[in-house]
Structure formats: structure tokens, C-alpha cells
Design a protein around this ligand. Sequence first.
Ligand code: SF4
Length: 85
Amino acid sequence: MDGPLEAADLIGDAPEWQERALCSQTDPEAFFPEKGGSTREAKRICSRCEVKAECLEYALGHDERFGIWGGLSERERRKLKRRVA
Ligand code: SF4
């Protein structure tokens, strides 16, 4: 796997900001931790990523359920959605 954005790649829906995604140059496993696993490393990478906002918006818009996107875990994204809904 090449990271969280691989799925978008496969369906030909890869957005332009993906080219600047920091996670594509790092360990993809960190972005899909086992249940209860640490999300710290992925979040650390996201915090330095220049397309964090675009990434988070994409994940929310596409209802991405798994993995860390835009520095937020699945649970954190669900919470955020509930807050803005
Ligand atoms: S914010 Fe995180 S998950 Fe999103 S593109 Fe950047 S490094 Fe990847």
C-alpha cells in the first residue's frame, strides 16, 4: 500500500493535493493502525503536512471510515461530523 490515498488512486478520483501528501513518502502502516494501536506517528506526520486541510475535507466528504486522515482518527472525524451536522 502507498498510504491512505491509494484507494482514491484506484478509483481514478485522486485529487491534485495528493501529490503533496507527506504520507505518500512515509510508512503507510502508521496510518492504519490495528484497533487500539497508536496513532501518534501518523498524527505527527500529518501535523507537518502542507495539505492537511484538503486531506481532512476530502475524508469527511467521502465518508472515509478507516485510517488517519488530516491528522484525525476515525473516532475524531466522527465527532467532528457530529459537531458540524
Ligand atoms: S494530512 Fe496526513 S493523511 Fe493527509 S495527506 Fe497529509 S500526511 Fe497524509
